[in-house]
Design a protein around this ligand. Structure first.
Ligand code: UDP
Length: 312
């Protein structure tokens, strides 16, 4: 297959591109390097023949020469500080970017997969969250630039399927971590690991009793490619249904880094969801996919990667 992957220079994009290239597919990465990195692009290009890079903002229309069998729209800021710093760009990536990539898929009669998020469930009133839950999002709060952009992206994708019979699908991610995250990304795993490695206090927002379910990127990328290949329309949750409080995560990070950093308690960001855990029954049944990497297995390679970048 020849796959157009927007956001291919990002954390998840790097791992998706790697799986596709290793199995012999070609990847055309489209990315404006807002939160993706040149390093990821260079490493993919050096390791594989079938990799092409187009530096472009997907919010502006674009075309791709030659055959296209699949379009994966993964370009968007994804960490809370990134999308709060780039609110309009985030809305544009989810709206114009989704239309532009849907049009590309339609033009080439290609399979289409858009990256959505558990953020569309907002502050969930149903726990764990199945795909059938419609969510509870504040449409005008600061996080809405991401949540509503992704909700719009899902709506546009479903409308292309209904209107043009485009072969679309939607994946909803939960909290994903692993090597290739930027140390300054701002998400909790990278914050805690970097703070622990530098001997700085681990910043717990709120009282640390809020929960998230952390999926190792190797599992999450494999589930995504299985969804791409399956022909299933989605939406489909791809996440690891094991829930941790932030206090527990801090404890595990301190244990695995051997750090004696203190904890420092900081204000809870506005509209920070109190709990989040995927119901992955659909992924299990349709894809036969199951995440297998525990936090104790997935954190060490993540810690090693960040230690390497920090030159410790
Ligand atoms: N968080 C934290 N300390 C940090 C960064 C985040 O306690 O340094 C908390 C944050 O308030 C949230 C959870 O960790 O409750 C996950 O935050 P992240 O930004 O990683 O992802 P998201 O909020 O998008 O799930």
């Amino acid at each position: 297959m020849r796959v157009v992957l927007t956001g291919g220079a990002g954390f998840l994009g790097f791992h998706l591109a790697t799986i596709l290239l290793e199995r012999g597919d070609q990847v055309v990465c489209v990315d404006n390097l807002i939160s993706g990195t040149r390093r990821n692009v260079d490493d993919l290009a050096a390791a594989h023949d079938g990799f092409e890079f187009i530096e472009h903002d997907v919010s502006e229309p674009f075309s791709v020469e030659g055959s296209v069998d699949a379009v994966m729209h993964f370009a968007s800021p994804a960490s809370v500080p990134d999308y709060l710093a780039n609110p309009l760009l985030t809305l544009r990536a989810g709206s114009y970017g989704t239309f532009n990539t849907l049009n590309l898929a339609r033009e080439h009669e290609a399979r289409y997969l858009v990256a959505s998020t558990s953020e569309i469930y907002g502050e969930p009133q149903v726990h764990p969250q199945p795909e059938s839950y419609w969510g509870n999002v504040n449409p005008v709060g600061p996080r809405s630039v991401y949540d509503e952009a992704k909700r719009f992206a899902e709506s546009a994708t479903a409308a292309y399927r209904r209107t043009y019979d485009t072969d679309t699908s939607i994946v909803r991610y939960f909290n994903t971590y692993g090597p290739r995250m930027r140390p300054e990304d701002g998400r909790v795993v990278t914050n805690f690991v970097v703070q622990a490695l530098l001997g700085k206090p681990l910043t717990i927002y709120g009282d640390g009793t809020q929960t998230r379910s952390f999926g190792y990127v190797g599992d999450i990328a494999a589930g995504t490619i299985a969804l791409l290949d399956s022909g299933h329309p989605g939406p489909m949750n791809i996440g690891t249904p094991i829930e941790f409080t932030m206090l527990k995560l801090a404890e595990v990070v301190l244990e695995l880094t051997g750090s004696s950093s203190e904890l420092s308690f900081e204000p809870l960001p506005e509209d920070d969801p109190t709990q989040r855990r995927p119901d992955i029954t659909v992924a299990r049944e349709v894809l036969g996919w199951e995440p297998t990497t525990t936090l104790h297995e997935g954190l060490p390679p993540t810690i090693d990667y960040l230690r390497g970048l920090l030159q410790l």
